[in-house]
Design a protein around this ligand. Structure first.
Ligand code: BT5
Length: 249
């Protein structure tokens, strides 16, 4: 791992992109204490005050560009495992890119990539984890490791653990079934009734699985639908629990 540290940047994903364009090696990592323009998906803001972990990893996996979305599940698994190893907290996943602790968002992942002539040039995996921030500085619906456990943690140690976990799962990216399965097993809305806000309106159904293109499968009136993008806003208990996991390899 080549680590580049900053005190303040616009976004670690921006810095990583410039480095990747310049040919930076895989596993180059950019971390910053503060981000002034931290981003989420579709232009959403990511609040990045001091005390959190904000970093980006440059990867160049040999996968097709249609599989880039798997990286968000891959990064989420590595992050959750690291949280467990370092703090003992058990977190859950929420489609497409959230890590949740007791219904609150504790981490988010932003995957960006560049392809040329259908060939993937690089992927930037941006991870934001709320670590030592107190509750009053967090956005509504968010939590941090400190806010839940009252314990402060070493931000860089957590980061190193996440990167190590990514390295040990890296070979799985070629046949991502296990990555998808791990993610789905601890999904907070697994087999539950969900509501998703998409650019084409609200969709409802029972969430049934995820696929390697990043989509969420929902079932409504016997019909299965692939939701490609959106924000999952509601999940409710649904009976009986089903464990239908589907993944294309
Ligand atoms: C995400 O987007 O969850 C992806 C966040 C990725 C952040 C990392 S930090 C390092 C790298 N550099 C960047 O610039 N980004 C990455 P999305 O699913 O679109 O969620 C965005 C929403 O999360 C916002 O609209 C808020 O509602 C909420 N949010 C903002 N800041 C938060 C925080 N610190 N903790 C929890 N939720 C937050």
């Amino acid at each position: 791992m080549i680590l580049i540290r900053y005190k303040r940047v616009t976004s670690t994903n921006d810095k990583a992109r410039v480095l990747a364009e310049d040919g930076a090696r895989e596993w180059t990592v950019v971390v910053s204490e503060v981000q002034t323009q931290g981003r989420g998906r579709s232009g959403k803001k990511w609040q990045s005050h001091k005390g959190g972990l904000w970093f980006s990893v440059i990867l160049r996996p040999k996968i097709s560009s249609g599989r880039v979305a798997v990286l968000q599940f891959f990064a989420s698994n590595a992050t959750r495992k690291a949280i467990m190893e370092e703090t003992g907290l058990e977190t859950e996943t929420k489609w497409p890119n959230d890590v949740i602790f007791e219904t609150r968002k504790i981490a988010g992942i932003l995957v960006e990539s560049k392809s040329q002539d259908n060939q993937l040039s690089f992927i930037i995996v941006g991870i934001g984890l709320n670590v030592n921030q107190s509750k009053s500085t967090l956005p509504v619906g968010a939590t941090s490791i400190y806010a839940t456990s009252r314990e402060k943690h070493n931000v860089e140690q957590l980061m190193t653990r996440i990167v190590e976990n990514m390295k040990s799962d890296y070979a799985l990216l070629k046949t991502p079934n296990r990555i998808l399965k791990n993610w789905w097993t601890d999904c907070i809305h697994r087999s539950k009734n969900v509501e998703i806000q998409t650019t084409n309106g609200i969709r409802n159904g029972i969430s049934r699985g995820i696929e390697a293109d990043g989509s969420l499968l929902i079932k409504q009136n016997g019909r299965t639908e692939h939701i490609m993008e959106g924000t999952l806003i509601v999940w409710k208990e649904q009976n009986p629990p089903q464990s239908n996991f589907r993944a294309k390899s």
